[in-house]
Design a binder for this molecule. Sequence first.
Ligand SMILES: [Zn+2]
Length: 228
Amino acid sequence: MPEDRFRAERESILVLAKKMCEAGLVVASAGNVSARVRDPLARAIAITPTSIPYDVMTPDQVVVVSIESGAAIESTFRASCELPTHLAIYRHRQDVDAIVHTHSPYVSTLSALRKPLPPIIDEMVVYFGGTVEVADYAFTGTDELGANVVRALGDRAGALLSNHGNVCVGRDLAEALHVALTMESTARVYVEALRTGGAVPLPEESLRLGRAMYDRRRDPQRGAVPNR
Ligand SMILES: [Zn+2]
């Protein structure tokens, strides 16, 4: 059996997917995780397979896919059905090296309401880059959903998907997961605030300072996404 040149990437995806599940951001085999493979010549991503629960998933089941063609490379399993959305983001955001897609409860509540998540806590602008917008509805797994998500994401670190969940992006898997965890906790604050009279918006100056911190953490060569 030939050596697997994508072994490290497959293992990293699996570790992160299990963390996402254990954190309660998804259940069973829901959601998905991807990251660019390290070899730039491969121009590919590693992504979780479709329909395999995270507690029994193994590294060899993680799928490597060409970013340009969407074809699987040296893989035996089928990629997550949300592959078109992942590919659309990697094609449009050179600064993004990892993506986490979740159905976390409070994020999904806002996505069902089709309500954007405004920055009502200081750290939200620093980590997300501004309001988390809602992508127009399209059925799961379609190219149309991918295009809608790219539009809603803009240059920020996350977007909600109408009647579905969210996507969170980062320069690595840990950063994308951090965005997902922060988004769920702040979505909870926002939903609770809505229930009890509504949140007071952040002052304009705080929005400006937070966005400047987000921008400072972006790689000046490639543009984008904050550090934790
Ligand atoms: Zn989903």
